[in-house]
Ligand binder design. Sequence first.
Ligand code: 5GP
Length: 187
Amino acid sequence: MRNVLVVLSGPSGVGKGTIAKQLVERNKDISLSISCTTRKPRDGEVDGREYFFIEKEKFLSKIETDGFLEFSNHFENYYGTPKDFVLDKLVKNDVLLEIDVNGGLNVKKSYPDAVLIMITPPSIEELEKRLIKRNTESIEKIKLRMQRIDYELEKSNLYDYTVVNDDLGKAIEEVEQIINKEKNIDN
Ligand code: 5GP
């Protein structure tokens, strides 16, 4: 059995954060990677838990020293996967990354054994409802995010698997089955 690097992607509000959190709670062998970002914490977010919240200067110098497995800049902020953090964890555990589509495809380029899973909503209307209900962003920001959804879903054919998050419990089980299957594949 090998330890797998699993990438979970999908449009904002699709529930990938909840899926990731519950997967880690249910499976001691899976650890969640923590990304760095230059965006400000939202209410309830804690540094070192949801993200490492760092200043732009620090982020840029980490890029210079090749400190990211991948990084991107969207919604006017930088997001990146810290390389050492992930590779260290992967020695002992499966590691879950919750990142955007381009990030996932970049990880696959530098780490081809990564398993890419796209979480999709049952419908676009449902997703918009969830984003508005979450109430963490202005309507303008939500519109921006909605524009990105078509793009993200279009890329799902480049992912290894697609899981529809219609029923949360079922979606989690499906992801668990994929991980267990992949752990038993020799590369
Ligand atoms: P949010 O600001 O809502 O937490 O995240 C915005 C977007 O950034 C989401 O699509 C999220 O998946 C993505 N993201 C979070 N961490 C990373 C990362 O390390 N790398 C990349 N490329 N995207 C990330």
